[in-house]
Design a protein around this ligand. Structure first.
Ligand code: LMR
Length: 329
C-alpha cells in the first residue's frame, strides 16, 4: 500500500530530472541523397539509434534518405536556414564554400581508402572540418564511401581515348569539370537523384561513382562497361549548422558528439565491405561488364588527368596536397 506511491513519486522525480514533464523531444533532421543500404545510409541510421539511446526522451532523430527531403541543389541552403540539422554531402559538393576541400577531387591523389583515412585523421585533415565555419557550417566527421570507378554506355573502356567526346555526369565540382575536360570529354554537373534517368535516356553517356552508389541506384543496368579505375574518392563530411550546434544545451551537444563519433567508426568500418559486396552483385547481375585495367592502362589514365593538379594547386594549397600525398604508403 505504502510502497507504491513512494515508488511512483521517486520514479516521477527521477523522470522529471531527465525530461521535464510534458516536454517533447527535440526533433533533429538528418537528410541525405543516397539509399539506406550504403555506407552513408547505414551511418545515418546508426547515428539516430545511438543519439536516441544516449539522450532518451530528449532527442528524436529523423533520417530522410534518397533526396526525399532535400536533394543536392537544396541541402546546404536548408541547413543554413535551419530546415535540417545534419547533412553529409560528398566532399566534391563544397566547391561553393571553400576551395580547400576540393583537394579530395584531385585525380589519383590517394592510393586507396586507407590513405584517405590517414589523411582525414591527420592535423591538416581535421583542420578542414572547421574550415567552413565562417560560412555558418561546421564539419563534425568524415564518413567513407569508397574509390570511384568510371562507367559508360560503350563497349570499350580501357584507355583515356575511349571517352573522348562522351558526355559525363559529374558532381558540382570544378575540379571534376577539369578532370573530364583533360580527357577530352564533356562534363555536365547534375544532382545525384537525376543520374539514373540521364543515363537511361542518353542525356549523358557515363558517370563516375563508387560500387555502392552504382548498385543501389541501378546505374549498372543502364551502362555497358564499368572500368576499375579507382581514380578518385567519394567520401563525405557530416555537417551541421554552426550556430545551432553552438546553441545546444551542453548535455545534448555532448550526447550527439559521442553518437557521431561512434556512428563514424561504425560506418567507416562498414564502407569497404558494402562496396565489395556491391561490386560482386554488379558482376553477378551480368548487365554491365567490369573492365579490369592493367598497370599500363592506369598509368595512361593518370597521365591524361595529371594537368588538373597544376590547375588547382594555387586554390587548394601545396601544403594540403603534400600532406595528402604523405598519407600514401
Ligand atoms: C554523387 O552525387 O554522385 C554521390 O556523391 C552521391 C553521394 O552522396 O554518395
Amino acid at each position: 500500500m505504502f510502497a507504491r506511491p513512494i515508488l511512483a513519486a521517486a520514479f516521477a522525480a527521477a523522470f522529471a530530472f531527465t525530461v521535464p514533464a510534458g516536454a517533447q523531444p527535440m526533433v533533429i533532421k538528418f537528410s541525405h541523397v543516397v539509399a539506406e543500404h550504403t555506407p552513408k545510409g547505414q551511418g545515418a541510421l546508426k547515428f539516430k539509434e545511438l543519439a536516441e539511446k544516449k539522450l532518451p526522451g530528449k532527442v528524436e532523430v529523423q533520417v530522410f534518405p534518397n533526396s526525399q527531403l532535400f536533394g543536392d541543389a537544396k541541402e546546404m541552403e536548408a541547413l543554413l536556414l535551419g530546415d535540417v540539422q545534419f547533412i553529409a554531402p560528398s566532399l566534391s559538393k563544397f566547391d561553393r564554400y571553400t576551395k580547400k576541400i576540393q583537394l579530395f577531387d584531385l585525380p589519383f591523389l590517394f592510393d586507396d581508402i586507407e590513405a584517405v583515412d590517414r589523411f582525414q585523421l591527420s592535423a591538416k585533415g581535421q583542420e578542414l572540418l572547421g574550415s567552413i565555419k565562417n560560412r555558418g557550417l561546421l564539419g563534425l566527421a568524415y564518413w567513407h564511401n569508397g574509390m570511384k570507378q568510371l562507367s559508360t554506355n560503350r563497349d570499350k573502356l580501357e584507355r583515356p581515348e575511349d571517352v573522348k567526346g562522351l558526355k559525363f555526369r559529374i558532381q558540382a565540382s570544378d575540379v571534376l569539370v577539369a578532370q573530364f575536360r583533360a580527357l577530352g570529354a564533356n562534363p555536365q554537373k547534375m544532382a545525384f537523384s537525376e543520374v539514373y534517368q540521364a543515363l537511361q535516356t542518353g542525356v549523358v553517356d557515363g558517370q563516375e561513382n563508387t560500387w555502392s552508389n552504382m548498385y543501389s541506384q541501378k546505374f549498372y543496368e543502364v551502362q555497358k562497361t564499368i572500368a576499375e579505375t579507382n581514380h578518385g574518392v567519394v567520401d563525405y563530411m557530416v555537417v551541421t549548422n554552426a550556430k545551432w550546434w553552438d546553441g545546444l544545451p551542453p548535455d545534448v551537444r555532448k550526447g550527439l558528439s559521442e553518437a557521431m563519433a561512434e556512428a563514424t567508426a561504425y560506418a567507416n568500418k562498414l564502407a569497404n565491405e558494402l562496396n565489395a559486396g556491391d561490386r560482386k552483385r554488379i558482376a553477378d547481375a551480368g548487365k554491365a561488364r567490369i573492365q579490369k585495367l592493367t598497370k599500363d592502362d592506369i598509368a595512361a589514365w593518370r597521365k591524361a588527368m595529371e594537368p588538373v593538379w597544376k590547375q588547382f594547386e594555387g586554390e587548394i594549397g601545396r601544403d594540403l596536397i603534400d600532406a595528402a600525398l604523405k598519407s600514401n604508403k
